[in-house]
Ligand binder design. Sequence first.
Ligand SMILES: Nc1ncnc2c1ncn2[C@@H]1O[C@H](COP(=O)(O)OP(=O)(O)OP(=O)(O)O)[C@@H](O)[C@H]1O
Length: 259
Amino acid sequence: MATVHEIEHTGTPALEARNLSVSYGGERALRGVSLAVPAHRVVALIGASGSGKSTLLRCFNRMNDLIPSARIEGEVLFRGRDLYAPDVDPVEVRRRIGMVFQRPNPFPSSVYENAAFGPRINGVEDDLDAVVERSLRQAALWEEVRERLGESAYKLSGGQQQRLCIARTLAVQPEVVLMDEPASALDPIATQRIEELIYELKRDYTIVIVTHSLQQAARVSDYTAFLYMGELVEYGPTDHIFTNPREERTEAYVTGRFG
Ligand SMILES: Nc1ncnc2c1ncn2[C@@H]1O[C@H](COP(=O)(O)OP(=O)(O)OP(=O)(O)O)[C@@H](O)[C@H]1O
């Protein structure tokens, strides 16, 4: 299995799981996963349904804290610091490590208020218009909504709503964006826009994306992790994983022989 040493060295990883295991009510969902996410890179998590991709993603911003039956062993480091240390505030963790979900879930308010929500609760009032514009621009949505900022977010298309959710996440200036199948509810054109956006965003952010689409993983990610029944089978540069995997199980999955 690839370790942190086989991933390019760009200083302290943005995120790192060390011997991470998770169980839900005694059922193991992740077993001893170790994986480092370099800063300003896109890491894709692939694997069959139930292999633990979302569980791993949720460990990266302590979303599993919200699931009462979840138990976590091992370590998760954010820029080298233990994310689960007693003095770490999970709310601050989720600001710095944002998350975008499978289905667009804008708030029932205007486009503007969706993008302004996070900054407002963080006490930003003065430059709010500029913050909203910046995050909508970063999410490649500004040109489409600049005349519609007061309209309900629900009037946007599904793809626009998902970019609005990305803008809402970016508005609080996170360092990492976690994406759980962010395009699976979208049509091919909206999907392509999200993929282009991911490519743009890695200049400023570190991204971890769960995807069922192997083509998507191959298109957007620098590194790919293949999980199988809660274990990390193989992790490495995406082109190696897809063209020259070391493990037979990886090869079987990426060539569609099982899945
Ligand atoms: N909230 C939960 N409570 C109990 N068990 C859970 C919970 N979430 C996940 N699991 C279990 O943990 C295992 C891993 O699930 P997880 O959702 O992480 O896999 P996944 O690879 O993301 O799957 P999918 O591709 O279907 O989303 C599965 O057996 C699942 O049933």
